[in-house]
Design a protein around this ligand. Structure first.
Ligand SMILES: [Zn+2]
Length: 549
């Protein structure tokens, strides 16, 4: 019998870019295909995708990608990764596939996308999809059976007993697969620090209704654009107070369309109006569901707040309702958005000032323990959290009687073998972050990032040096250009001294014919680097351009 292997390509030690390979003999499946959001150390990078070079090099048969739910950190990588996996089909629940199709539509991809609700057989992998609750409907956990071992793949969840769509988690099936035997459980762990159980999405109803009812001008509602049930609540509330609803932002339009197609948002069509028609109505007759709850640069919400939105303007009496907490890393954008709104005296409601406007979509300690108790897995790997969440989950597992050997805290790229009801690290594959920057995928490497960091920190200084190739002497004026380093007009003296340094550093080469121009360039750059650091304690990027005359 073969060993079942699990290889996380992303999703371990960070909350995002989830992607897991399962391998049995010569067969593979992939679970989820997410993107990550860069932090401040990746300047100018739009997003991060998992590194699939292992899959590309592997000569095993990849039967398909199975998606657990429609959040971007689980499906957002598809447009970038599917072109490199031609012919590989994608599976997921009805809503998840509808959302995924919206995401890849404009990329002209031909991979088959198939909605499945209950069961899937891919080569030796027998997969049961089990309904669970989260902050997006139609979310699935996977019970993966192979002849060698069984795994319960518990991606994002909380146990919401009163979800908006009235479909609580399928506890019966969870308990049933628990009694059939689970060798390894992977589980969400990102909210393990919080005791008790996560409140239901339904607890938001009152706060959202109150916000809509007490709005004088336009009711402007923003949340994570895939939070379908929250968008549904806002639309229902707006309709209750006789407002027409317009959608602002591409992802909101895509997601609402997909959710309506699958019946997760049920609103009479005549409630919606095109955003272009908004000025035909009085402010108290409209609601706007708008993308950009994280204050992202360029998002519809950020442009509206900055007065740069083509069709929408903020006016006294308008009410902006933010039903989302900042995703770690975006706090400063969110605070910037709030300040911009407050400065215009616009009424803003958000969870810090208005309790009940946000609840987490992830299980607290109680939810997490409940899943483990129902499944009784022999081994556990916490996923989808930062390092501290994984370690804290191990403490929770310890309280439930698990030993250290039974809770593995792996790294991305480690190969985990599951055999004889035991798990251990059996190998490693190379993984790195792949950066997506504008239209380029993977062409921003560590060197480019390092350059951007230097430029951002200390700017750039360029020395254009005309040199006589016969005598190695400076033949004319050395031109110094700098950006983001010192203000040139006020630093005439420093610039003059810099020019002198260039001339001086070439003096000992005088009279020799120049054969190695690179040597000359490096010598100028080294000299200036030392000189400028001594004078300014800064290290701008220095580029010497040597012109042969
Ligand atoms: Zn999620």
């Amino acid at each position: 019998m073969n060993t079942l292997k699990l290889i996380p390509l992303g999703g371990i030690g960070d909350v995002t870019k989830n992607m897991y390979v399962y391998e049995y003999g010569n067969d593979q499946i992939v679970v989820d295909c997410g993107i990550g959001f860069p932090n401040n150390s990746a300047l100018g990078v739009d997003l991060i995708i998992p590194d699939i070079s292992y899959l590309e090099k592997s000569n095993k048969k990849l039967h398909g990608i199975v998606l657990t739910h429609g959040h971007m950190d689980h499906i957002g990588g598809l447009p970038y990764i599917l072109p490199r996996l031609p012919g590989v089909p994608v599976f997921g629940s009805t809503l998840t596939i509808a959302l995924a199709e919206e995401k890849v539509r404009e990329y002209g991809l031909t991979n088959k996308m198939q909605a499945v609700e209950n069961h899937l057989k891919l080569g030796p992998f027998d997969i049961e999809l089990i309904h669970v609750t989260h902050s997006i409907p139609n979310c699935k956990h996977l019970y993966i059976k192979t002849p060698g071992a069984t795994v319960y793949h518990g991606a994002d969840y909380k146990f919401d007993l009163t979800p908006i769509d009235n479909r609580p988690a399928d506890f019966t099936s969870i308990a049933r697969v628990g009694s059939m035997g689970v060798d390894l459980m992977l589980t969400d762990c990102v909210r393990v620090e919080v005791a008790g159980f996560t409140p239901s999405e339904r607890t938001l109803l009152t706060a959202i209704d109150t916000a809509a009812r007490t709005t004088i001008g336009k009711f402007i509602f923003t949340t994570i654009t895939s939070s379908i049930s929250r968008i549904d609540m806002a639309i229902q509330a707006a309709a209750r107070y006789n407002r027409k609803v317009a959608l602002a932002g591409r992802s909101i339009n895509q997601n609402v369309e997909a959710a309506m197609k699958c019946g997760y948002i049920k609103i009479p069509k005549d409630v919606f109006i095109d955003i272009k028609q908004i000025n035909r109505y009085k402010p108290n007759q409209v609601a706007i569901i708008i993308a950009g709850s994280q204050g992202q640069e360029g998002s519809a919400m950020q442009r509206l707040a900055a007065g740069e939105h083509q069709l929408l303007k903020l006016k006294a009496g308008d009410h902006v309702v933010i039903s989302a907490d900042a995703i770690p890393g975006t706090e400063s954008d969110v605070h910037g958005l709030l300040d911009t709104l407050y400065r215009q005296d616009i009424r803003v409601s958000y969870s810090a000032t208005t309790p009940g406007l946000h609840v987490s979509g992830h299980g607290h300690r109680g939810d997490l323990a409940l899943l483990a108790r129902l499944l009784k897995p022999k081994n556990i790997i916490p996923i989808g959290g930062n390092i501290r969440h994984m370690y804290t989950y191990r403490d929770l597992a310890h309280e439930m009687g698990y030993t250290r050997d039974q809770v593995l805290l792996p790294e991305n790229g480690q190969v985990i073998g599951i055999e004889n009801h035991k798990i251990k690290v059996v190998g490693r594959v190379e993984t790195k972050n792949v950066y997506v920057d504008g239209l380029g995928i993977g062409d921003v490497g560590n060197v480019v990032l390092r350059d951007r960091k230097v430029l951002a920190a200390d700017g750039i200084l360029m020395a254009v040096v005309p040199i006589n190739s016969e005598t190695a002497e400076v033949a004319g004026e050395v031109e110094i250009v700098s950006r983001g380093f010192v203000y040139q007009k006020e630093q005439g003296d420093l610039i003059k001294q810099t020019q002198k340094q260039v001339v001086n550093c070439l003096k000992d080469l005088k009279g020799r014919q120049v054969t190695d121009w690179n040597f000359l360039r490096r010598k100028i750059e080294d000299t200036l680097e030392r000189y400028l650091y001594q004078e300014t304690q800064r290290r701008p990027m220095i580029i010497a351009v040597v012109i042969e005359v």
